[in-house]
Ligand binder design. Structure first.
Ligand code: DC
Length: 244
């Protein structure tokens, strides 16, 4: 439990966290969920796992779209929503490490741009969200279209941003920690390539929902962002004291 939390509180309802990669979204979303005793759903991991299924089927970007869509929509993707040990499984296998590798990162924007793939995964995301809320609890959901499409009624929507350069530098540090050395120029180019694909696709393009609170994280540490989020959750009355 984070030292920033003065008193144990439980989140009720949905916090939608959107924004491009490298904004610290995953780290703060997960820490917010832990701090508030909520579930945590990484929807990007679901698109990545479906993309891994496509690659494992021997397909790539040059394959017929119908084949890619058929494999991605049928993929047996399972998310573990415990923020202290989140995970993603493909046909029962833990694929958390493999979905972060370069081949998946290169292909995922093309797979996630397909309307049928989005429809299938959004339906699963809504089921997981409904289950968390029906149990009287809360869930922090991160992605690109959570506030705009998946849960447009979420009582708190946050859109994290940061400059391309800051996001690329964060990506390189993350890659280095995972043992993937990457060139600075190539990482910046890849960050920009994915942003372009994610924000110009026809279906559910990346954008801040009208009622989302936009937070620029260029000058903010993870702790700063978490403090701001905890304040917002409290301000909007989404917290109740944890029963003891
Ligand atoms: O957050 P991430 O980098 O793991 O996401 C991987 C890709 O999945 C990203 O290029 C965009 C896509 N994505 C999406 O289209 N919609 C979401 N809700 C989450 C991710």
């Amino acid at each position: 439990m984070s030292g920033l939390v003065r008193e144990a509180k439980t989140l009720q309802g949905i916090v939608a966290m959107d924004g491009p990669s490298g904004t610290g979204k995953s780290t703060v979303s997960r820490r917010l969920a832990v701090a508030c005793g909520a579930a945590y759903l990484d929807t990007g991991a679901m698109y990545r796992a479906a993309t891994l299924a496509v690659l494992r089927a021997g397909l790539d970007e040059s394959s017929p779209t119908e084949k890619i869509v058929a494999v991605a929509t049928a993929a047996d993707v399972e998310s573990v929503t415990d923020p202290t040990a989140p995970g993603i499984r493909l046909a029962g296998e833990d694929v958390e490490a493999e979905i972060r590798d370069v081949p998946v990162t290169k292909l995922v924007s093309a797979v996630s741009a397909q309307a049928e793939v989005r429809e299938a995964l959004v339906a699963r995301q809504r089921r997981l969200i409904d289950a968390a809320v029906a149990a009287g609890g809360g869930i922090v959901v991160e992605g690109r279209d959570i506030g705009s499409v998946v849960t447009p009624d979420a009582p708190l929507k946050v859109y994290l941003t940061a400059s391309d350069e800051v996001r690329a530098a964060r990506r390189r540090r993350q890659d280095a920690r995972a043992g993937r050395a990457a060139d600075a120029k190539a990482t910046l180019a890849d960050v920009r390539r994915r942003d372009r694909l994610d924000s110009t696709r026809a279906v559910s393009p990346l954008h801040a929902a009208k009622d989302a609170l936009v937070l620029d994280t260029d000058e903010l540490s993870v702790d700063d962002v978490l403090t701001a989020l905890l304040g917002l959750v409290e301000e909007r009355g989404l917290c109740s004291p944890t029963p003891r």
